[in-house]
Design a protein around this ligand. Structure first.
Ligand code: E4P
Length: 214
């Protein structure tokens, strides 16, 4: 399963890149607003650090607006993936971008038929938001399983990117369900390599060694 970081914070991106396990980045308008920087400039800086796919979301909601913005974003770097919402306008834009050779990430997916349509339109990535489904009393993981099966049934190449990840258990389940990618907040990435028994075990090894050899 590929690991993307879900942030527009350059320092977090650099830290995970330095771990040697970063495959890509996803951003969205909320994440860039939190940083308070120019979206285009930040994307350009991110693409200087990360060579894998970097998702850049459009803020237009109409077809023409999405196409204009997406084409501009795509010019920033060859690894930019244009992120558009799972709406009818987004679906049209997905098809048009695909025809132009621009990769797309279809975001805000909450039900499997959105996934079926965007795969037919040539989406590079579909982003099911599992945490937000859990938040409203549904089981977000079911959507990952549904998309995996639909794509496998018909041989769609669209990648299932598990988004809105809230905790490590989501990641274990996504990996077991066959998600192609998970995009993960920095705080959860740090949790992935952490276990209290690792810490106490290491402390014991070192204190035993020190007792014996000084
Ligand atoms: C995905 O691309 C989104 O940026 C993200 O995963 C949304 O997560 P949230 O529900 O924690 O905002």
């Amino acid at each position: 399963m590929d690991l993307y970081i879900d942030t527009a914070n350059l320092d977090e991106i650099k830290q995970v890149h330095a771990m040697g396990v970063l495959d890509g980045v996803t951003t969205n308008p909320s994440l860039i607003a939190k940083e308070g920087v120019d979206y285009g400039k930040r994307l350009s800086d991110v693409c200087k650090v990360v060579s894998g796919p970097v998702s850049a979301e459009v803020v237009a909601t109409d077809f023409e607006g999405m196409m204009k913005e997406g084409r501009e974003r795509a010019k920033i770097a060859p690894n930019i993936v244009v992120k558009v919402p799972c709406t009818v306008e987004g679906l049209r834009a997905c098809k048009a971008f695909t025809d132009e050779g621009i990769k797309t990430n279809l975001t805000l997916c909450f039900q499997p038929l959105q996934g079926l349509l965007v795969a037919k339109a040539g989406a590079f990535i579909i982003s099911p938001f599992i945490g937000r489904l859990d938040d409203v009393g549904e089981d977000g993981m079911i959507l990952i399983h549904q998309l995996r099966q639909i794509y496998d049934n018909y041989g769609f190449k669209t990648k299932v990117l598990a988004a809105s990840i809230r905790h490590p258990k989501h990641l274990v389940e996504c990996a077991m369900a066959g998600a192609d990618i998970a995009t993960v907040p920095f705080s959860v990435i740090k949790q992935m390599m952490s276990h209290p028994l690792t810490d106490t075990g290491l402390a014991k090894f070192l204190s035993d060694y020190k007792k014996a050899f000084g």
